[in-house]
Design a protein around this ligand. Structure first.
Ligand code: GLN
Length: 476
């Protein structure tokens, strides 16, 4: 039996007791990649030799970290020293990171093995990986469907046993949505819980790094390792990190749950609705008190997100000017011409669209009408959450309006933006949200349930997710 079918936690204990070797684990994973990635295209870079070398060293080591010998995949917007970090963009196609992201340092300190860098929508803008400048990743459950995005490569790699777990980034849903579409657990932590140092910035006030895993336990283990204060990120929080894995096993106490009023599910796929109501019924059987709630400002959440995220992106992406980073167009007569040609050739259509939108929203004369209004709406969304959390412990929603869709089905950018209908609000408010696989569509595609909690309530999210996971037995 291949070692790739074990969960991360199972592998950890096999490795800890030295029943298996890190080298065997990495060899099995590389074999899997060799066999499957031609079809799935989850990886931009596979670090085969480096990973094997590291595994051999770890096998020799006496004292080892918690993740000793565990092969992990990283979204290609996380800086890895000496290794290409492309953001799936032509402008960074040959960019070698000069230092490690803090999360990478933390994983390596625990002796994890980075097995590769995964495909994504260019600069994390998208919901399907179709915006990658290189290729589209396929959903392992149905190769004609998208894996979701923007962390689609990270999701597909874990779902097809080509990595034990992975990290992604989530600005408006990019961890949770692909997790849902690929049948994985995905967490967007509280803003500030995980350091963003070394994460290529998309929208800095929304971005968070988080894990994509096969089980809730694996997610809890990784969150504990990557979380915690980092002096290199000024938005990093000093909140202590509990032992999520231990906490999660404790009995559920208070179980007050808000669910969405039916009008908020308008346009949602029938199968997804069924899964949602089925999950609520299950929770009731588990002793939950359910409260129907309306979140009126959610109607504006997508509009608000699509002003704030592009505004921040237009400013963050100004650094790709052909001078400081990556690609430069060399056939220009003047500096300005070089800027224009570099960005014209180096950036893809969705990235350009966002830069235009953001520059417009921030320009004098329109700033009050768009950006300031969006910032106020963001405040209202946060307030609505805080009011809800005065009454309940959790808010449950479907993660996505539908299961994985066909590659090429959403040519209209607005149709694509609608995929984030249920996920953007948690980013705008900065609160944690987890997607848990709970069922299958009629076509045999996974569907996810989103559990939203109050600031720094990750422990509670894991606890509820773990309890549901045991009942649902999604992975058997
Ligand atoms: N799909 C959303 C977007 O295109 C969210 C992306 C993300 O979370 N990185 O902006």
């Amino acid at each position: 039996m291949s070692l790739t079918s074990f969960t991360l936690s199972e592998l950890c204990s096999l490795l800890e007791t030295r029943k298996i070797k890190a080298e065997e684990v990495v060899t099995d994973y590389l074999k899997e990649i060799e066999e499957k990635d031609r079809k799935i295209s989850a990886y931009i870079t596979v670090l085969g030799d480096l990973a094997l070398e590291k595994a051999k060293k770890i096998d020799q080591k006496k004292e080892r970290g918690i993740l000793a010998g565990i092969p992990l995949a990283l979204k290609d917007n996380l800086l890895t020293k000496g290794v290409r970090t492309t953001c799936a963009s032509r402008i960074l196609q040959n960019f070698i990171a000069p230092y490690n992201a803090t999360v990478v340092e933390k994983l390596e300190k625990e002796d994890a093995i980075i097995i590769g860098k995964t495909n994504m929508d260019e600069f994390a803008m998208g919901s399907s990986t179709e915006n990658s400048a290189f290729f589209t990743t396929k959903n392992p459950w149905d190769l004609e469907k998208v894996p979701g995005g923007s962390s689609g490569g990270s999701a597909a790699a874990v779902a097809s046993n080509m990595a034990a777990a992975s990290l992604g980034s989530d600005t408006g849903g990019s961890i949770r949505q692909p997790a849902a579409l690929c049948g994985l657990v995905g967490l967007k932590p509280t803003y500030g819980l995980v350091s963003r140092y070394g994460l290529v910035a998309f929208a800095s006030s929304l971005d968070q790094i988080g894990p994509l895993t096969r089980t809730v336990e694996d997610c809890a283990v990784l969150t504990k390792i990557i979380g915690g204060f980092d002096a290199k990120d000024s938005t990093s929080s000093c909140e202590p990190i509990p032992d999520y894995q231990k906490e999660m096993m404790k009995k559920l106490q208070s179980l007050k749950i808000a669910f969405l009023k039916e009008n908020m599910l308008e346009g949602v796929d029938e199968g997804v609705k069924e899964m949602y109501y089925h999950s609520l019924k299950l929770l009731e059987q588990m002793g939950a008190e359910l409260y129907e709630m309306d979140f009126p400002s959610w109607d504006y959440a997508l509009a608000c997100y699509y002003i704030i995220a592009p505004s921040e992106a237009s400013s963050n992406l100004a650094r790709y000017d052909g001078v400081r980073y990556g690609y430069r167009q060399t056939d220009s007569q003047t500096l300005k011409e070089m800027y224009v040609k570099t960005r014209t050739e180096g950036l893809g259509p969705e990235v350009k669209r966002r830069i235009l939108l953001g520059t417009f929203a921030l320009s004098s004369g329109y700033y009050e009408a768009y950006y300031v209004k969006a910032a106020r709406t963001r405040r209202l969304i946060t307030q609505e959450f805080m009011e809800a959390f005065n009454k309940v412990d959790y808010i449950l929603t479907p993660t996505t309006p539908e299961p994985a869709f066909l590659i090429g089905a959403k040519k209209d950018p607005i149709a694509m933006y609608l995929s984030d209908k249920f996920t953007v609000s948690a980013n705008l408010a900065g609160i944690p949200a987890l997607s848990l696989p709970v069922g299958w569509s009629r076509e045999g595609l996974p569907m996810g349930l989103q559990i939203i909690g109050n600031f720094f309530q990750e422990s509670r999210l894991f606890k509820l997710a773990f309890a549901i996971e045991k009942k649902v037995k999604f992975r058997k």
